[in-house]
Write a protein that binds this ligand. Structure first.
Ligand code: C2E
Ligand code: CA
Ligand code: CA
Length: 395
């Protein structure tokens, strides 16, 4: 058992919640429980918590709880419980994993006590989960974040995206990190949501684009690399000055906006569709490309997809990474590729973790791929070296 972890049970049935709590305590766990998801979301809970989540809850259901936790940067490992059939549990598992929340196991109600005890006794988080560098577990203040932006403590790592028909690097995605004076490298899941909450997102995005454009100039000289993707959020695209702000930065760096792709998640766009369509269309008119990120995990309808001027559809890693072992994931990948073709959008699969997945995507006609099998995100220097080695090995 992982003694360093506590258990939190969220189930609307008080008797059930108490029963599970008693069983877990008997197995030696420290346990808390709640029957109210709204109160749970407002509560301070340690990062070292495994959440036992009933998918059927009052007011806000388990799926919404998963989304809300992800938005708050709280990525607890999960044990999912549902009275529904296995399909609901399967979909909830996919959604959770798409949001970087590992699912330890799923249980269909009613289950016998023995299987819950066995599950608790056998919990083993993946090696990656346990070895993952200890990330800062603090809520950063607005001042700390605005100082970080102003004092240039943010830096970028780059992850290559390859063209599946040529094998060449077609673009790179810029991923922000914070080199914190006390905590070391802090990853975006710990601070992007706070930057949004404190209304600092335009400062962050313009800082990221400035660094990325200046690095792209170097990569262009050394490796003839022309293209770059940056992530933008819903708060960015409701700001009417946003297109002009980005265009000024690309102009100052002598970069043509058609070489910059802005990646936006589905939910970011669909939440604010009417107001964001104005900004999205103006960005396109200035030449920027637009990619719909984490596709398949949000709520977009086909009609909404038609309305927004996207040029690329980025298939979420939850589907790509499992497409060879999970029939439903494979169907979703195929539909995304088909949809991309029908809507005249390029398709990019993220989360490519093996040669077999890469080959299958090629066979299915996907345009681009990105993922650990090709390379993890790297610092400016590491990426530059990687490109040089790649060039030589191709000669
Ligand atoms: P994202 O845009 O979906 O970025 C991809 C994330 O998946 C990155 O995590 C990357 O390291 C990881 N990844 C890449 N390939 C694989 C793979 O094969 N397998 C697995 N399991 N993971 C892979 P990272 O860098 O921690 O970024 C997390 C999220 O933070 C990003 O998700 C993006 O939403 C956000 N983010 C990063 N940089 C920025 C930024 O400059 N601005 C904004 N607004 N958001 C950012
Ligand atoms: Ca992205
Ligand atoms: Ca993504």
């Amino acid at each position: 058992m992982l003694k360093s972890y506590n258990l939190f049970i969220l189930d609307d049935d008080p008797q059930y919640a108490e029963l599970l709590q008693d069983i877990a305590m008997d197995s030696g766990w420290q346990v808390e429980h709640s029957t109210d998801p709204i109160a749970f979301l407002a509560q301070e809970i340690s990062d070292n918590t495994i959440l036992v989540l009933d998918l059927i809850l009052p007011n806000i259901d388990g799926i919404e709880v998963i989304r809300a936790l992800a938005e708050r940067g709280r990525h607890y490992p999960l044990i999912l419980i549902s009275g529904f059939d296995k399909k609901v549990l399967h979909s909830a598992r996919q959604l959770a994993e798409a949001h970087n929340m590992p699912v330890i196991d799923t249980l269909t109600k009613p289950f016998d006590i023995g299987s819950f005890i066995a599950l608790l006794d056998n919990i083993q988080l993946s090696e990656q989960q346990q070895k993952k560098p200890k990330r800062a577990n603090v809520e950063f203040s607005k001042q700390a974040l605005s100082d970080a932006i102003e004092h240039h403590e943010l830096l970028l790592h780059y992850q290559p995206q390859i063209n599946l028909s040529t094998g060449e690097v077609s673009s790179i995605e810029a991923l922000v990190r914070w080199h914190h004076p006390s905590y070391g490298l802090v990853y975006p899941d710990k601070f992007i949501h706070l930057i949004e909450r404190f209304n600092l997102i335009n400062e962050l995005t313009s800082g990221v684009l400035k660094m990325a454009c200046s690095d792209l100039r170097e990569f262009k000289k050394k490796h003839s690399l022309m293209r770059l993707s940056v992530n933008v959020t819903s708060e960015n695209i409701v700001s009417l000055v946003f297109p002009e702000m980005l265009k000024t930065i690309t102009d100052q760096n002598g970069i043509n906006p058609c070489n910059i792709t802005l990646e936006l998640t589905e939910s970011a766009v669909m939440g604010e569709l009417t107001s964001s369509l104005d900004v999205l269309n103006r960005l396109r008119m200035k030449g920027f490309k637009l990619s719909i990120d984490d596709f398949g995990t949000g709520y977009s309808s086909l009609q909404q997809l038609f309305q927004a001027p996207f040029t690329e559809l980025k298939i979420d890693r939850a589907f790509t990474s499992k497409m060879l072992v999970d029939k439903e994931a494979m169907v979703i990948v195929k539909i995304c590729i088909m949809l991309g073709k029908m809507l005249n959008m390029k398709t990019l699969a993220e989360g490519v973790e093996s040669a077999e997945i890469l080959e299958e995507l090629k066979r299915l006609g996907c345009d681009y791929a990105q993922g650990y099998y090709i390379s993890k995100p790297m610092s400016f220097l590491a990426f530059s070296d990687w490109m040089s080695v790649k060039k030589h090995s191709c000669q």
